[in-house]
Design a protein around this ligand. Structure first.
Ligand code: SF4
Ligand code: SF4
Length: 166
């Protein structure tokens, strides 16, 4: 199955301004391109997926839940922006920028892909070549390739960089 694959090291190496990567999602209050998608993808690879997650316990509104994939999901409509989870995380992986309230965001162009499996979303067409792709990818943690839910994959060694291991 094809997934949207984002190669973050390639994107950083390209030097491209990420706000120039366009998005066709029609319900953005202001089209901030693929920024929101990059945030989701990066957060999923930063999070250490703690067994007893402090962030989930700290949230007074039950806005954080762990999905079956192990990835943490924040339910925007429950979040009141109190930032308790950001304070509770011992690794500092939830930072304030992740806690925006924008609920209009990437829908992974699932409707267009249902009509045409070879569809190329606008972000793929406007990102530097190879940085965003619709591709068959395997999850390979040894190569820093992680699945984020069913339709997205991201290559990001971010937390290794953060810990000075890469
Ligand atoms: S997959 Fe579609 S909705 Fe998501 S960022 Fe790309 S163009 Fe926008
Ligand atoms: S965000 Fe922090 S506390 Fe929450 S699961 Fe991830 S690493 Fe653990």
């Amino acid at each position: 199955m094809k997934r949207l694959f984002i190669d973050i090291p390639a994107l950083l190496a390209s030097g491209a301004a990420v706000n120039q990567i366009q998005c066709e999602y029609m319900y953005h209050r202001k089209n901030d391109g693929a920024l929101n998608l990059l945030e989701v993808a990066e957060f999923a690879s930063y999070c250490r997926r703690c067994e007893d997650a402090f962030c989930i316990a700290a949230c007074p509104k039950d806005a954080l839940e762990r999905l079956e994939t192990g990835v943490l999901k924040r339910w925007n409509m429950r979040c009141v922006g109190c930032k308790s989870c950001a304070l509770a995380c011992p690794f500092g992986t939830i930072f304030i920028e992740v806690m925006n309230y924008i609920s209009s965001k990437c829908d992974l162009c699932l409707n267009q892909l249902a009509d045409d499996p070879d569809y190329q979303p606008l972000c793929v067409r406007t990102a530097p070549a190879g940085c965003f792709q619709m591709a068959e990818v395997a999850e390979e943690p040894a190569r820093y390739v992680f699945f984020v839910g069913e339709h997205l994959a991201v290559k990001s060694p971010s937390w290794l960089v953060k810990e000075g291991k890469l």
